[in-house]
Design a protein. Structure first.
Length: 373
């Protein structure tokens, strides 16, 4: 790999600014936020740091190049011109996947085939081979064609970065870790704070809040595809892991408490908190939201209440929203943040949010309502 690389970090719509600021704090250079992704530059240390330390990005991709293509010939030549031999050895496996939107080249399978053929053609010329066994480490090639602009990338993460390694089991309809981390950050969780999730499920919001408060980086307990590459320096990954691990603050006074009506969910929350290494700062017990009452002088409530599409589910959700409005009372030192796709939430909750922000929970467009006055 070269000393200077360009990277692309796809992220959930609505959290580009968070992802960009985090990458700057991690030491990445020339960070630029775009719709649904963040671009930045750096070296192999940057690659390791971004994978190990990013809470909000979905994955880290090496951006090999971008160009305009209106025909398959232009796509082929544009891909063949890229320096694939710097990233792919003779034995490496390199499948191709991607997407195309609002572009002349709209057939994704055809684009996959053309890109694969172009990469092989480039490698044939560099390695003087006519056949590649593809038995080595995985280098997944990803492409995006948007309004005829082609972006060609190599995935360095493997599994998405939301796979932290602590949540092997989950309750029904779990929230994605990257979205949970974003909600926690937007709620301005403090390292000496008191945090609550009255619908804790498998504990994702609680764990992400504790990890943020402790400055515990999310990728320390998992591996990444690029670590296995022949082109990678294993010592770089080892050194960055140790350096980031040393930045953790396990002694903070932060405390997170979760509630759920399902005893199995409470047990799952505690099990996942133990796996994540934050059990000293996380507790959970069985309690209905109607029973929510805390005497702490300050607190931060962040939650993803249940919602449904069937009529009965909708009625139950509405009752939950009304109950939340009664127990989440305005109080100095307290804030309440709720994510939901329900456009009538404020009316059912009983007051208008002080701030609202559009976020996506998977493919579901939601609003993140914040009450802090």
């Amino acid at each position: 790999m070269t000393d200077k690389m360009k990277f692309c970090a796809p992220c959930l719509m609505g959290v580009e600014g968070l992802a960009a600021n985090e990458l700057r704090e991690l030491g990445c250079e020339k960070v630029e936020a775009e719709n649904g992704r963040v671009l930045f530059e750096g070296n192999e240390e940057t690659l390791a740091i971004a994978n190990l330390g990013s809470r909000y990005a979905e994955r880290i991709l090496i951006l090999l190049g971008e160009f305009t293509a209106l025909s398959f010939e232009e796509l082929f030549e544009g891909v063949r011109a890229l320096p694939w031999e710097e990233y792919l050895s003779k034995e490496d496996t390199f499948p191709v996947s991607g997407s195309s939107l609002q572009s002349a080249l709209h057939s994704v399978p055809d684009c996959q085939a053309i890109i694969k053929k172009a990469v092989v053609k480039r490698l044939e010329g560099k390695y003087r081979l006519s056949w590649f066994p593809e038995t080595g480490p995985l280098h997944k090639i990803r492409f995006r064609i948007l309004k005829d602009k082609v972006s060609v990338m190599i995935d360095t993460s493997g599994q998405g970065l939301h796979k932290r390694g602590y949540r092997r089991n989950s309750a029904e309809a779990p929230i994605k870790e990257t979205l949970a981390a974003s909600m926690v950050k937007l709620s301005r969780v403090r390292s000496d704070g008191t945090f609550f999730d009255p619908f804790c499920g498998s504990g994702t919001l609680l764990i992400e809040a504790a990890m943020l408060a402790m400055n515990l980086k999310p990728g320390l307990c998992r591996s990444f595809e690029a670590e296995q590459w022949a082109q990678s320096d294993r010592a770089v990954w080892k050194d960055e892991r140790e350096r980031l691990r040393a930045l953790a603050r396990p002694e903070v006074s932060f405390q997170a408490t979760g509630y759920d009506i399902d005893p199995a969910a409470v047990e799952l929350t505690l099990e996942n908190a133990r796996k994540a290494g934050v059990i000293a700062h996380v507790g959970a017990r069985v309690r209905r939201v109607e029973e929510f009452a805390e005497s702490s002088p300050y607190g931060c409530v962040v939650c993803n209440p249940p919602y449904g599409e069937r009529l009965l589910d909708l009625r139950e959700s509405e009752e939950i929203y009304r109950a939340m409005g009664k127990v989440f009372v305005p109080k100095k030192g307290w804030s309440y943040s709720v994510i939901t796709p329900d456009e009538d939430f404020e009316k059912l909750f009983g007051r208008r949010a002080d701030k609202r922000r559009k976020l996506y929970n998977g493919m579901i467009k939601c609003q993140f309502y914040q009450f802090f006055k």
